[in-house]
Ligand binder design. Structure first.
Ligand SMILES: Cc1ncc(COP(=O)(O)O)c(C=O)c1O
Length: 389
């Protein structure tokens, strides 16, 4: 079809690097550190899944009342007064990004994003024409007052890709900056329950005394991503429009998935299930870290993630090199990783960083995968950057 018959925004569609890497990641024998996939061993047993015949009928766009109630109660348990009628059930939190972008982002709308940030959010905002204002938490107040972005997107807890966590003071400062700048705050919080040590996790939106905000999370990381279920809560001014956009997008999220998730969450073993998940991921994180120390100590720097699913590494090169250029050699050797470049709004050429996921690969493959990757990085660095030993 001739492209001049398509919407103008179609020219801003970019292929997802994640999808492309994931398509090779599922090849037999491939060790993948690329995607953000949960460990399949954490998924509920198929025999334990149940739903009702009535769930096969059309349902409410807002989501099932029992699940909205459950979400509201869970949030209230954190000391944040949210009612069930503020909850909108989503077909994955990726849908929340799409709905928020549709509601707020036009061509040239200023959207403040962390640098780096979740690459699939960058793709969606860009599709709708966002003009990016990259920020980091140290400079957010000046970025907001200088650029007056309409929307600010943040992942304050176990950020994707950096795994960083904002302190309570930084959370308060971010909320204040958005209030002062009349900027709509969009907080994405998919990893909060995958926490391996004490840290500040209070939702930034809960500090917003005025202004507009959206807070979202997902059941993908704690139950199963294939169910495609997440939720958002938002300030009262935005709810009616987000609901209409949800209706227009898919009428409602799968009622079968909602029932399955509700049954799992309301089970008396739910707390134990989550605690087991945290224990398993913490052990994997520690063993991945030990393996990284063996193979990457002289090549890169990183911090131990306090939660979430990722290590974010920075090469120790004197001249930055683009890690994307090393990806095909890695794939040929049977390992995948996520190059840093795609996580930057400005498409930074020399993204000297890369992201490694530790949750989906079996622990016994860590050593083979990381030793292979380290030798590829060593020879790649030697070729691109001969001054580094
Ligand atoms: C920051 C962030 N937001 C949203 C999503 C989308 O998750 P889902 O649509 O499965 O809820 C992800 C998935 O990895 C993510 O990392």
């Amino acid at each position: 079809m001739s492209t001049n018959r398509l919407a103008k925004r179609a020219s801003r569609l970019t292929p997802s690097p994640i999808r492309e890497i994931l398509s090779v990641a599922s090849r037999p024998g491939m060790i993948s550190f690329a995607g953000g996939l949960p460990d399949a061993d954490t998924f509920p047993e198929v025999e334990s899944l149940s739903f009702e015949k009535s769930d096969l009928q059309y349902g409410p766009s807002e989501g099932e009342p029992y699940l909205r109630e459950h979400v509201a109660n869970e949030i209230q348990g954190r000391g944040w007064q949210i009612n069930a009628d503020q909850v909108l059930i989503l077909s994955g939190s990726q849908q929340g990004i799409d709905l928020v972008a549709k509601l707020i982002v036009d061509e040239g709308t200023k959207v403040a994003v962390e640098s780096p940030t979740y690459l699939a959010a960058l793709q969606v905002f860009k599709l709708f024409g966002a003009d990016y204002v990259p920020y980091d938490i140290e400079t957010v107040a000046s970025a907001v007052s200088k650029e007056s972005p309409t929307l600010l997107y943040a992942i304050p807890t176990f950020q994707n890709p950096s795994s960083s966590v904002y302190t309570t003071a930084q959370r308060q400062q971010l909320a204040q900056s958005c209030e002062r700048g009349n900027t709509i705050l969009f907080e994405d919080d998919p990893y909060r329950d995958l926490s391996y040590q004490e840290c500040d996790k209070q939702a930034v939106c809960s500090f917003m005394e005025k202004g507009s905000w959206i807070y979202q999370s997902t059941f993908s990381k704690t139950v199963a991503p294939g169910l495609r279920l997440g939720y958002l809560v938002c300030s009262a001014d935005l709810y009616p429009q987000l609901l209409m956009l949800k209706q227009a997008a898919d009428l409602h999220s799968s009622r079968v998935s909602q029932r399955i998730v509700q049954n799992i969450l309301s089970d008396e073993q739910a707390g134990l299930r989550l605690a087991r998940l945290q224990t398993l991921y913490k052990a994997k994180r520690d063993s991945f870290d030990a393996c990284l120390t063996t193979y990457f100590d002289d090549l890169a720097t990183w911090e131990l993630p306090a939660g979430g699913l990722f290590f974010w590494l920075q090469l120790k090169t004197t001249t930055p090199i683009n890690t994307r250029l090393l990806l095909s050699a890695a794939v040929e050797s049977g390992v995948t990783f996520m190059p840093g470049e795609a996580f930057y709004a400005d498409g930074r050429e020399a993204a000297n960083c890369f992201r490694l996921n530790f949750s989906s690969t079996k622990e016994e493959d860590f050593e083979k995968g990381l030793s292979t990757l380290a030798s590829i990085f060593k020879s790649g660095i030697a070729m691109q950057n001969p001054t580094v030993a």
